[in-house]
Design a protein around this ligand. Structure first.
Ligand SMILES: C[S@@+](CC[C@H](N)C(=O)[O-])C[C@H]1O[C@@H](n2cnc3c(N)ncnc32)[C@H](O)[C@@H]1O
Length: 267
């Protein structure tokens, strides 16, 4: 197996592939004001094995398109949906989030937990806005500094891993500058990293190694993930995921020339 195949293997058969929890998904849902008398169109992008997709399906009157790049995760979600009787309500789509086949203004809600970083926050905001109806909502979680300054080690680590890492006020500015208006945001708690993501992952290390014959590459995958956990434990007071909920604004016909130039919109 390649390293990527091993990483997928480690993350299979787990509730979540990133920090988050049912509590967080419900808290974010509580910040939306969507009509309850209509069947909503929802996309869950970078859904993984669909921990949050199932919570959305349980709590929304909606048709949900759950997108991920990897069929291994989507197969798990399909199984779960079938067991829960959601197979018409949740449909999976194997596609890259930067190449989606969606129509313009198609969705009431675009959801994405711990995944937009794959194409970059601002790039994702711009691309996905096209698929949202005016007044539709975007709910995304994104790595965010939670203090105004940080130790150099963690600052440098995240800047190298993900240069878009920033404080919440700058993430909110990006939302506002790209045609959204913020409805609310919160940070994921430390339990949403440790209890629902890292500890269950650590509990899978041994069976993962056995399944893969304790190969050198499998051991490297475990060591890398353990190093990520150690780094989190050392610097957990400085960063988390911010969960941002925002609404697509009405486009104003009278945009100034300056605004158009800043957004690279040519007439
Ligand atoms: C950190 S995981 C989060 C998964 C899930 N939302 C959760 O919170 O448990 C990121 C997900 O993005 C998916 N992914 C990575 N690159 C992608 C891409 N280009 N298009 C679609 N999905 C992608 C991964 O397969 C993975 O399931």
């Amino acid at each position: 197996m390649t390293e990527l195949e091993l990483i997928i293997d480690l993350h299979k058969n787990s509730e979540r592939q990133g920090p988050g929890s049912e509590h967080d998904t419900l808290r974010a849902l509580g910040l939306l004001n969507l009509p309850t008398d209509q069947n909503l169109k929802v996309a869950d992008i970078g859904c993984g094995s669909g921990g949050q997709t199932i919570t959305l399906a349980k709590n929304l009157n909606a048709h949900i398109t759950a997108v991920d790049l990897f069929p291994e995760f989507l197969n798990e979600l399909n199984e779960k949906s079938q067991q829960l009787g959601f197979n018409g309500k949740v449909v999976t789509l194997e596609k890259s989030m930067d190449d989606l086949p969606f129509k313009q203004n198609a969705f009431d809600l675009i959801w994405s937990e711990g995944a937009i970083y794959n194409i970059g926050f601002e790039n994702g905001l711009k691309k996905w806005k096209n698929y949202l109806k005016v007044g539709g909502y975007l709910a995304v979680s994104e790595i965010t500094w939670i203090t105004p300054s940080r130790p150099k080690e963690i600052e440098e680590f995240w800047k190298a891993e993900y240069p878009e890492v920033d404080i919440a006020s700058n993430k909110i500015k990006q939302l506002e500058n790209n045609g959204y208006s913020l409805t609310g945001y919160f940070y994921l708690s430390q339990d949403s990293w440790m209890e629902t993501f890292y500890k269950p992952m650590q509990a899978r290390f041994e069976t993962f190694l056995e399944r893969n014959g304790h190969s050198e590459l499998a051991r490297k995958v475990v060591e890398d993930h353990q190093a990520e956990i150690d780094l989190y434990l050392q610097f957990k007071d400085y960063f988390s995921y911010g969960f941002y909920i925002a609404q697509k604004k009405v486009e104003h016909w009278a945009k100034s020339y300056k605004e158009r130039a800043a957004n690279n919109e040519h007439q």
